[in-house]
Design a protein around this ligand. Structure first.
Ligand code: 9MG
Length: 264
């Protein structure tokens, strides 16, 4: 994957409890149709997830997660677009790698036992994301003394561990994890520090703020009305140097990035 311009990663939730699609795409055929629509709208990468990680989400077994995502990955190989698996489970990583995935998007930064080895066993890219706590409880009362410093140090540490495990530098993306154990002030501080963090960590950043509650808190709008806020935030992330933006609203984001490319 060339990162010469910011890439748009389209979100494909194959979960019955997904926070923004309400479970509309919980069957393989619906998921494939949605992925095709994302690609037609200009998605550069499709991120396939079988476990909802929204705050308060219920856990799913590894077997169920595999049963949700593998048929979708197999069906999407013919689209010829890079495919990403959104998982923190090594068992799911192995199954997804076998099915032909190109990127592992791990909200736990390969911390689960066996995850580093699973990722290093294949020549794929990885995204290492920061989170504080677990999705079930992470938004209860997140606390930091220095959110930017703590997240930067964590990402540097996980980047170095991934490299030491044999994952080459050019395959590592980093992500501050907006909304994952962070309140609005934390998210704003991280967003404003994004450019400085990218320079300091010397790795491409993947940024996911699409439809998230921080945008609802800023605009006062419910999830279904956060498209414009999401495109604006994706544009600002790209302007700050993000290499990949993870979004639900691909067409709107692609347009926003076209404007950035032409006018900045
Ligand atoms: C799966 N998932 C949900 N939000 C995300 C974010 O902000 N970044 C990444 N990498 N994955 C996310």
């Amino acid at each position: 994957m060339s990162l010469a311009r910011p890439l748009v990663m389209g979100i494909l939730n194959v979960t019955p409890d997904s926070f923004s699609d309400g479970g509309n795409f919980d069957t393989c055929s619906k998921a494939v149709a949605h992925a095709e629509a994302l690609v037609n709208a200009g998605a550069d990468i499709i991120d396939i997830g079988g476990e909802s990680t929204r705050p308060g989400a219920t856990l799913v077994s590894v077997e169920d997660e595999i049963a949700r995502v593998v048929p979708v990955i197999s069906a999407l190989k013919s689209l010829n677009v890079p495919l990403s698996i959104d998982t923190r489970r090594p068992g799911v990583m192995h199954a997804a790698l076998e099915a032909g995935i190109d990127l592992i998007n791990d909200i736990a930064a390969l911390e689960e036992q066996g995850a580093l080895e699973a990722a290093a066993s294949a020549q794929v890219a990885v995204c290492l994301m920061h989170k504080r706590g677990e999705p079930q409880s992470m938004q209860t009362a997140p606390e930091y003394d220095d959110v930017v410093g703590e997240v930067t140090r964590y990402l540097a540490h996980r980047r170095d561990i991934a490299e030491a495990a044999g994952i080459s530098r050019d395959r590592i993306l980093l992500d501050p994890g907006f909304g994952f154990g962070k309140n609005l002030d934390h998210n704003i501080a991280l967003f404003k520090a994004m450019h400085q963090m990218i320079v300091e960590l010397d790795r491409p950043f993947l940024i996911g703020v699409s439809r998230k509650s921080m945008l609802g808190q800023i605009t006062g709008r419910p999830v279904a009305e956060r498209v414009i806020a999401s495109a604006a935030a994706a544009l600002l992330a790209a302007q700050a140097g993000a290499s990949v933006v993870r979004v639900h609203d691909v067409r709107e984001t692609v347009d926003a990035l076209k404007i950035l490319a032409a006018l900045q």
